[in-house]
Design a protein. Structure first.
Length: 412
């Protein structure tokens, strides 16, 4: 509406393009509003009476629209009367002032209405808030608390704001939800997310080792590191006061990338478990970056929540799996990333079921998980026995039916 109202202020040649842009923006707003309205209707239809709720909502909207038209005509008449007495410039200024004030009031009212709603379904922003607090102090937030904390800024504007303030450049750990398996393997073996620099044999070895450890799991988690220049030059002098070489003055920053690969046909409960596991791994990676985890962990060390006999059983199971496939055993993950992965796996074994029970206890609906389907999935194990790709793994591009029944790629 703002673009449409401002179109007469532009030169004559720009009027038509600006007016068309306003119409396009209005159409996009209508699509987004329709999707939001459907979600809210489903929320209020506690007894499956979505049709009744929608009919009442439409009648209320019609009554409100009529009142708004009457008020709009009254305001227009007042502004027209002011134009005859105070001039057209003053009337235009008053019109824009009234429009901006009403727009701000409209946005504030919508935000207040969203804060009042107690949405008990689990989507990505709410889960991120819940997991951040639970991993910090073990407390499960209630729907009322999450509704007051949830960021209502649209994702495109949020990403633009992060880009402007440089939040992404200061981040040390990144989560890639729904990564393509081949890209994740290249990042792990190639030391980053750049071009492919890994041989097919290396990818196959890494993949077979990964499937021996987590072949029955409906998702795969891979961690990789990358380096990039610092945000600002770091001036350093040696003991004699001379400047040190550029390689020491400009230390590189190490970043950790957590890749989450989803199995084809994963259920909502499996998506929830994968999302929680990925964020748990990100949490432990952040602790490692901040220096709160031990810098070295041996293969025989006992991680939190996992006993030594359990570790021995896992090692024996991996050995039997290796003997069954009859292949050369790949090396176990070494270094800090391997220890962090073990910490996250131990947390999932000991705390995940408790987390789900506590979420249900405070009012969250675990069966209503609205996590997005990733654009790329993979299939492994018996379903990919044909072995059309390395290691018996098949990658698939996901296509889902759109709002009007058309097929479209689902990107997140």
């Amino acid at each position: 509406m703002t673009v449409e109202l401002a179109s007469p202020l532009f030169p004559r040649a720009m009027f038509l393009p600006i007016a068309c842009l306003g119409s396009i923006a209005r159409s996009l707003t209508g699509v987004a509003g329709g999707a939001t309205r459907a979600a809210l209707t489903q929320h209020f239809a506690r007894r499956g009476n979505a049709a009744d709720v929608s009919a009442k909502e439409q009648s209320q909207e019609t009554a409100t629209t009529i009142l708004g038209m009457v008020a709009g005509m009254a305001v227009t008449r007042l502004l027209t009367a002011g134009e005859s007495t105070g001039g057209s410039d003053a009337a235009a200024a008053w019109a824009w002032a009234v429009f901006l004030a009403l727009t701000v009031l409209h946005v504030v009212a919508n935000v207040a209405a969203m804060r009042v709603l107690l949405l008990t379904s689990l989507n990505m922003p709410r889960l991120e808030l819940l997991l951040k607090r639970y991993l910090h102090d073990g407390r499960v937030l209630k729907p009322r608390e999450v509704s007051e904390m949830e960021n209502l800024t649209p994702p495109p504007f949020r990403r633009l704001l992060d880009l402007v303030v440089g939040a992404s450049r200061r981040r040390a750990v990144f989560l890639h939800y729904g990564s393509r398996l081949s890209n994740a393997l290249r990042a792990v073996d190639g030391g980053g997310c750049g071009p492919d620099s890994t041989s097919v044999l290396g990818l196959t070895t890494r993949l077979k080792h990964l499937l021996r450890r987590h072949g029955s799991c409906p998702y795969l988690l891979l961690t990789a590191t990358s380096t990039r220049p610092p945000l600002a030059p770091v001036k350093k002098l040696d003991a004699a006061g001379a400047s040190v070489p550029d390689s020491a003055r400009f230390p590189s920053q190490t970043r950790i990338h957590v890749h989450l690969v989803i199995r084809q046909g994963a259920t909502n409960s499996e998506l929830l478990r994968a999302f929680v596991h990925a964020h748990c791994l990100v949490h432990y990676c952040q602790l490692h970056v901040q220096g709160f985890l031990p810098q070295k962990a041996s293969a025989e060390s006992v991680v939190s929540g996992q006993s030594a006999p359990r570790q021995r059983r896992q090692q024996q199971q991996a050995k039997r799996s290796h003997e069954e496939v009859g292949e050369e055993e790949a090396p176990e993950p070494e270094g800090m990333l391997g220890a962090v992965e073990e910490e996250a796996e131990a947390w999932m074994m000991t705390r995940y079921d408790r987390l789900v029970s506590e979420l249900q206890a405070v009012g969250w609906e675990i069966d209503r998980v609205a996590l997005p389907r990733p654009g790329w999935t993979a299939e492994w194990g018996a379903a990919a026995a044909a072995g059309r790709s390395a290691g018996g793994v098949e990658e698939r591009k996901v296509y889902e039916a759109g709002p009007e029944g058309s097929d479209r790629p689902h990107q997140d």
